[in-house]
Design a protein around this ligand. Structure first.
Ligand SMILES: Nc1nc2c(ncn2[C@@H]2O[C@H](COP(=O)(O)OP(=O)(O)OP(=O)(O)O)[C@@H](O)[C@H]2O)c(=O)[nH]1
Ligand SMILES: [Mg+2]
Length: 329
């Protein structure tokens, strides 16, 4: 049997799991879905925590294997395992982006950076999903963005839930490598199956705009004032303060002037510390306590965010959640 591998990459909720589920043989797929307990839960109920796998049998001798990455950056170790090992020999990459996100171009930049080595070596197709819900940015916008990123890839607007929409991408990537030539039969079969299917309608509970936190400018995080409200919704958080890089308080829900001043002080000295220490950029400073609250300070762009949290909540978990908020909301 000849196997041809395809790797699906892209942000949370772009439809990687859906696309693999749609095109693989019945009940022949592995999913590692877990209930999305964090920010992701606002957009969908589950998220991939390790990887997706599925197989499409073309004929007795040929099949396509699909590998899907988890979108969340906390599972980055799986990106490396998939890109460098399990799917390093893939025939191509299906790069999915969700057109309904606030900043789909930021996603495009981020993931193309993260998978740059593999992308440079492989045939890539950019599949723009949820384009049934929003058609802007357009194909032309994506073509321009890809050109700026130096990526040679075709752009296809698709519905990741539908096999009839995903199969043409599979054909584009492996069609020339296989003797199988009944792609149109497969697609027609999928179309007729889809007639009776009811597709789950995904209406985000809250619009992304609520979390208008940061824009992806290069790799620099820009914190918006609304981050305070979002951080306050995290478990164990008692207060949050946002300051500028001169230590001036922009907004705060922390009563203690000492804590506010301390965050302002740290924000002010970080740049000096970075230069003097030669350690490179400082992104996060934690002050832990066994008896009092913990204080975590996140530095990004020209602002600092101080988060006061119960010492019963792990600082590591909190850091992950705030990082997710900063990166993905
Ligand atoms: N309307 C619409 N919904 C879509 C489309 N593609 C995917 N969805 C829905 O959006 C959600 C996407 O979720 P997943 O397939 O789990 O996304 P994922 O890329 O695997 O996400 P992670 O595993 O969290 O990285 C599901 O609820 C799908 O039904 C699309 O093109 N149009
Ligand atoms: Mg998934």
């Amino acid at each position: 049997m000849d196997y041809h591998k395809l790797l699906f990459i892209g942000p949370v909720g772009a439809g990687k799991t859906s696309a693999i589920r749609a095109v693989c043989d019945d009940h022949d797929n592995l999913e590692t879905e877990a209930k999305a307990s964090d920010m992701t839960g606002l957009r969908k109920a589950t998220t991939t925590v390790a990887m997706d796998y599925g197989c499409l049998t073309l004929n007795d001798n040929e099949s396509v294997q699909f590998y899907g990455t988890p979108g969340q950056s906390r599972f980055k170790f799986m990106w490396e395992l998939l890109a460098n090992n399990l799917a390093a020999d893939c025939a191509g990459i299906v790069f999915l982006v969700d057109n309904t996100r606030n900043y789909p171009m930021r996603d495009l930049k981020y993931y193309s950076h993260e998978f740059s080595e593999l992308i440079a070596r492989k045939k890539v197709i950019l599949g723009v999903t949820r384009s049934d819900l929003r058609d802007d940015p357009t194909v032309l916008d994506y073509q321009k963005a890809l050109q700026e990123l130096g990526i040679d890839a075709a752009v296809r607007f698709i519905d990741a839930r539908k096999a009839s929409s995903v199969l043409p991408l599979v054909k584009e990537l492996v069609g020339e490598l296989v003797s199988f030539d009944s792609w149109s039969d497969l697609t027609n079969q999928a179309l007729s199956n889809e007639k009776d299917m009811v597709f789950e309608e995904v209406v985000p509970e809250q619009d992304d705009a609520h979390f208008a936190i940061q824009e992806y400018i290069g790799e620099e995080v820009v914190m918006k004032d609304a981050i305070i409200d979002d951080v306050m919704n995290l478990k164990g958080v008692r207060g949050a303060v946002l300051t500028d890089d001169m230590g001036e308080i922009i907004t705060s829900s922390i009563e203690s002037p000492e804590v506010n001043d301390f965050v302002g002080f740290v924000a002010g000295v970080v740049k000096v510390f970075e230069e003097a220490s030669g350690l490179g950029s400082v992104h996060n400073i934690c002050v832990k306590s066994n008896t009092e609250d913990n204080l975590s300070i996140f530095v990004g762009g020209d602002k600092a965010l101080g988060v006061q949290s119960s010492n019963r909540v792990s600082v590591r978990t909190l850091k992950q959640q705030v990082d997710d908020l900063l990166q993905w909301s």
